[in-house]
Design a protein around this ligand. Structure first.
Ligand code: AMP
Ligand code: MG
Length: 410
């Protein structure tokens, strides 16, 4: 065990707290049509102007009548029909019932519905096969949503069912936060674009594709500046362009000690940036700060480090910037299936894969290669195994924290 591994490193929780403190949500609100509002951030609390359902209606296809007639064996005469969208206009009297379809309004005089399967039907009469109490098979007005009720709170990222909920209360133009625009580039003389020939000592730029895809999932617009060489003037131009037209800037590479000199000098010249050595693995070097008020996230170049730091630090900050409420992370405590290598000093985000066997029991594979340069380890995983900073190696059976990849990573 190496007890000094974490000395001088900033714990993740502190880094996140410092970072979030410096972010305030963009204020701009726009209205979007319901169809265009998926994944947008709701800007205002939404209350319902109506009851949902707006009238008492039947939950079944059957017959409606008054529960005073609701004894098994009673015979009732069918005097009319109530359809969804076409109610029975009259009233059911004693000894009478109304044929009723699912969703149709419960006619006057009726307070119970019997399923047609529980009746003996003979032309215009029915004989009840069961007792029927008041309220049976009736969906009361407002039992889903009451008039005036808070339906969705500001800050909610709108899901498919949220859109349905808004439709169900008759809302169409939805007040949402303006979509963020994020400037993105990779730095490094060694980087080449996919499809280009790979010169000696060069690699393909993969980080930008990972980050751009996560930004897309976050419903953010990307100003993608491509690969910026390790040259002061090119970097200065890239930062300047992003600063002028974006809400936030994300770069990858060039933030580790010694290699970041240009980036550092330029950032110092243009804004206030802190270079952090984080107590997380993968992902030690990370830069955060502001260029004339625009938040900047400088991710490490190693692909897994870039993905994990973007996910763990930049996403919460960008979520806050976009006006979204913080999201709860689903985390499960499970016993380690095997021995897990770990040094104390950094919070590990090891990659794992969780699946089920034929008996429905889960199986956790912790044997995925954890090298920070290997993006394939991330691609082959579906969960993090988060191991606390102060922990050393883990024995089989010890409790570990399993965090399924959320929708940004899946
Ligand atoms: P750096 O942080 O610039 O020192 O880079 C650390 C490591 O990550 C080096 O091996 C780089 O070649 C690699 N790297 C940097 N940027 C990228 C990128 N955009 N895509 C893939 N690998 C990268
Ligand atoms: Mg570099």
């Amino acid at each position: 065990m190496n007890c000094c591994e974490g000395s001088g490193l900033l714990p993740l929780e502190i880094a996140l707290e410092k970072l979030l403190k410096q972010i305030s949500p963009v204020g701009d609100i726009e209205k979007r049509d319901l169809e265009d509002s998926l994944d947008a951030i709701l800007a205002e609390d939404i209350h319902s102007a109506i009851d949902v359902p707006s009238y008492d209606n039947s939950a079944m296809d059957g017959y409606a009548f008054n529960s005073q007639d609701g004894k098994a064996g009673n015979q009732l005469s069918v005097v009319g029909k109530s359809f969804a969208g076409s109610p029975y206009p009259g009233e059911a009297l004693q000894g009478q019932c109304i044929r009723i379809m699912t969703g149709a309004p419960v006619p006057k005089g009726c307070n119970t519905v019997i399923m047609q399967e529980n009746c003996l039907i003979d032309r215009d009469t029915i004989v009840l096969q069961t007792d029927c109490a008041a309220g049976n098979n009736i969906r009361l007005a407002g039992n889903d949503i009451g008039k005036g009720q808070l339906v969705l709170a500001a800050g909610k990222r709108l899901s498919p069912s949220d859109l349905g909920l808004l439709a169900s209360i008759g809302k169409y133009r939805i007040p949402v936060r303006r979509r963020l625009k994020v400037g993105l580039f990779s730095t490094g003389d060694e980087l080449r674009l996919p499809q280009q020939s790979l010169d000696p000592a060069c690699i393909y730029d993969s980080n930008r594709f990972v980050v751009a895809a996560m930004l897309k999932r976050l419903d953010m617009e990307v100003l993608n500046l491509g690969i910026i060489p390790d040259e002061p003037e090119a970097l200065r131009r890239a930062f300047q362009r992003c600063k002028e037209s974006c809400d936030a800037i994300v770069s990858s590479g060039g933030v580790s000690v010694g290699e970041a000199d240009y980036t550092k000098d330029i950032l110092d010249e243009m804004g206030k940036i802190e270079f952090w050595k984080l107590a997380i693995k993968p992902g030690k070097p990370f830069a955060f700060g502001k260029l004339s008020g625009t938040p900047f996230f400088g991710l490490p170049g190693n692909p897994t480090s870039a993905a994990v730091t973007f996910h763990q630090l930049a996403i919460p900050a960008l979520q806050k910037l976009s006006g979204a409420h913080p999201q709860e992370t689903l985390s499960l405590k499970v016993p380690a299936p095997d021995h897990i290598r770990k040094r104390s000093g950094r919070t590990d985000f090891q990659r794992g894969f969780i699946s089920q066997n034929r008996d429905g029991e889960y199986i956790l594979n912790c044997g995925i290669d954890q090298s920070s340069g290997m993006l394939s380890s991330m691609s082959r995983s579906n969960c993090y195994i988060k191991l606390e900073r102060d922990r050393g190696p883990i024995d089989a059976g010890e409790q570990i924290e399993l965090i399924p990849f959320d929708r940004w990573l899946q």
